[in-house]
Write a protein that binds this ligand. Structure first.
Ligand SMILES: C[S@@+](CC[C@H](N)C(=O)[O-])C[C@H]1O[C@@H](n2cnc3c(N)ncnc32)[C@H](O)[C@@H]1O
Length: 452
C-alpha cells in the first residue's frame, strides 16, 4: 500500500503499491537536449558576464517593442553557449505569435486553440535558480550553467529571467568560498566539495531556500558559513545541505541535512499555503501558474459533488485548489517528497476531502480501473514526456465526464490527445499559457469531454 502517513481515510479501494520508481527530477538535460533544463519542468535562462542588468533589460525591452524584428546581435553575452533563452532575439509579441502557431500546428484537427495568455512583465519570472560551480585554470571560481551539449560551465552573474535575489545569493556564495576554504568539486577527479547551489524563493511569502549540493555530508564551519551568508542575505529562511556523492548527471542526491530553518519554504498560491521541499516539483513561474490553475479549474466545471483525480499532482497544488469545489479529491504522484508535502499541505490548509498516494500514475489508475472505481473529473499534469498507455487506457475505463490535461510539452500533449479523441472523448479547446518567456517552451491546458 503506497499511502503515506496521515492518509488513513481511504476505505473505498486499495491503491496499488508503488514499485520504488522515483521520477528523475533535477537531471541535467544539457547532455541530452542541449537546453539548460535542469529540472523536470521547462525552464530557460539567459545571460551574464558583466553585471549590467539594467542595460540588458533595456535591450530586451527595445527588442520587445520592435514588432517582428529578429536582431542579429545578441542581448546576452552567453546566449550562444547557454541554451536557455533561445527566443531572446525575438520580440515578446513575436514569441507569443510563434508559440500560438506552434500549438495550432501541433493540435491541428484535434481542437481549437484559444489565444495564448502572455505575461505583462516577462522578466525575472523564475523562482527557482540552479547554478553549477567550476574553477578556471587561473583558479578563479565561476558559477553558471553547463554549456550546450557539454559539461563546461558558462559563467552567469545575473539573468533576465531568473529571480534577481536568487542570482545575488549565488554570487555571494561564490564570494564566501575562499574564506571558508570550500573547494569546488571536480567532475573528472572526484575531488572537492561544492557541486551545485539551488535557490527557491516564495513569490508571495518571500521565503528563500538555499540548497548546497556537496559531495560529502561534512561542511567545515557550517554554522559560521550559514551565519555569514545570512548576514549578507537575511531573507534566507532555510539552508539545506544535499549530499550528492555519486558520479551522476543528477543535481540532487538522496540525503539531506537541514543546516538552518525548517528545511522547506512556504508560498501562497491561489489562496492556499504550500510547503515546498528541495526535491519537490513546484511551477517555476508563479504569476502564470495562478492563471493556468484558474483556467484548469474553470474548465473542470466542478459543482461541489464530483470525485476528482489530480494525477501527477506534485505537492497537491491543483487538487487542493480545486478541493473546495469538489466532493472528494484523490491525488497521485511518484515523488515521495512531493507526496509528503502534499499531505502536509492538506493539513496546513485544513482540507479534509483530499487523499494523496505515492505511486506511478499509470499503475495507480490501472488499480482503480481494476477495482471498478469511478471518477467524475481527471486533472492530469504529466512531465514533459507526457502520459503513458497504462494511464490513458485506465482513464478510458474510469470514464470521467471531463478530463483537464495540463501540459508543458505540446508534442506529447498532441500524441496523448489523439489517443483519447479516438476513443470516446472530444477535445473542446486548448488554452496556451506562456509560462516560459524568452524560451521556446509553452504550457497548455486542454478540456476534454466524454461523448460515448
Ligand atoms: C509537470 S509536474 C506537475 C506537478 C503539479 N501538478 C503542479 O502543477 O505543481 C509533473 C509531476 O509528475 C510527477 N511524475 C513524474 N512521473 C510520474 C509518474 N510516472 N507517476 C506519477 N507522477 C509522476 C513529477 O514528480 C512531478 O511532480
Amino acid at each position: 500500500m503506497s499511502q503515506l502517513k496521515g492518509e488513513k481515510r481511504n476505505k473505498q479501494f486499495k491503491a496499488p503499491a508503488a514499485k520504488g520508481k522515483e521520477t528523475p527530477e533535477y537531471e541535467i538535460h544539457s547532455k541530452k537536449t542541449g537546453l539548460r533544463e535542469t529540472f523536470s519542468e521547462s525552464k530557460g535562462n539567459a545571460n551574464t558576464g558583466k553585471r549590467k542588468p539594467v542595460s540588458l533589460k533595456t535591450s530586451y525591452a527595445a527588442a520587445a517593442s520592435d514588432g517582428r524584428r529578429r536582431d542579429q546581435e545578441s542581448f546576452c553575452p552567453v546566449s550562444m553557449k547557454c541554451g536557455g533563452c533561445e527566443y531572446q532575439r525575438i520580440s515578446y509579441e513575436e514569441q507569443l505569435r510563434m508559440k500560438q502557431k506552434m500549438v495550432e500546428s501541433l493540435l491541428k484537427g484535434i481542437c481549437r486553440v484559444h489565444p495564448i495568455i502572455g505575461m505583462k512583465d516577462p522578466f525575472h519570472y523564475r523562482n527557482k535558480v540552479h547554478a553549477v560551480f567550476d574553477r578556471k585554470k587561473d583558479g578563479t571560481v565561476i558559477s553558471g550553467v553547463y554549456e550546450r551539449n557539454s559539461h563546461r560551465v558558462v559563467p552567469i552573474d545575473d539573468c533576465l529571467i531568473e529571480d534577481e535575489q536568487a542570482d545575488a545569493i549565488i554570487r555571494d556564495i561564490r564570494g564566501l568560498l575562499k574564506s571558508f576554504k570550500i573547494r569546488i568539486f571536480d567532475e573528472d577527479t572526484g575531488y572537492g566539495l561544492l557541486r551545485h547551489v539551488l535557490i527557491r524563493r516564495g513569490f508571495s511569502s518571500g521565503e528563500v531556500l538555499v540548497v548546497l549540493v556537496l559531495s560529502s555530508p561534512i561542511l567545515p564551519s557550517k554554522n559560521n558559513f550559514v551565519k555569514a551568508l545570512r548576514a549578507l542575505h537575511p531573507e534566507i529562511t532555510t539552508v539545506v545541505l544535499n549530499v550528492n556523492d555519486k558520479r551522476t548527471s543528477m543535481v540532487l542526491g538522496e540525503r539531506e541535512i537541514t543546516l538552518y530553518g525548517k528545511g522547506y519554504i512556504e508560498d501562497t498560491l491561489c489562496g492556499k499555503v504550500f510547503r515546498i521541499s528541495p526535491r519537490s516539483f513546484y511551477q517555476v513561474n508563479p504569476v502564470q501558474t495562478e492563471v493556468l490553475y484558474g483556467k484548469a479549474i474553470e474548465l473542470a466545471g466542478l459543482t461541489g459533488k464530483e470525485r476528482v483525480i489530480d494525477a501527477y499532482c506534485g505537492i497537491g497544488t491543483i487538487g487542493l485548489t480545486a478541493s473546495s469545489r469538489a466532493g472528494e479529491v484523490i491525488g497521485v504522484e511518484l515523488s515521495k517528497d512531493a507526496v509528503r508535502d502534499a499531505i502536509a499541505n492538506a493539513k496546513r490548509n485544513d482540507v479534509k476531502n483530499v487523499r494523496f498516494y505515492q505511486n506511478d500514475a499509470g499503475e495507480f489508475m490501472s488499480g482503480m480501473a481494476e477495482q471498478r472505481e469511478n471518477a467524475d473529473v481527471v486533472f492530469m499534469d504529466p512531465p514533459r514526456q507526457g502520459s503513458d498507455e497504462a494511464f490513458l487506457s485506465s482513464v478510458l475505463r474510469l470514464a470521467p465526464k471531463r478530463i483537464v490535461y495540463i501540459s508543458c510539452n505540446p508534442e506529447t500533449l498532441a500524441r496523448d490527445l489523439k489517443y483519447l479523441v479516438q476513443r470516446g472523448y472530444r477535445a473542446e479547446g486548448a488554452w496556451p499559457v506562456d509560462m516560459f518567456p524568452w524560451t521556446g517552451h509553452v504550457e497548455c491546458v486542454v478540456q476534454l469531454t466524454r461523448i460515448k
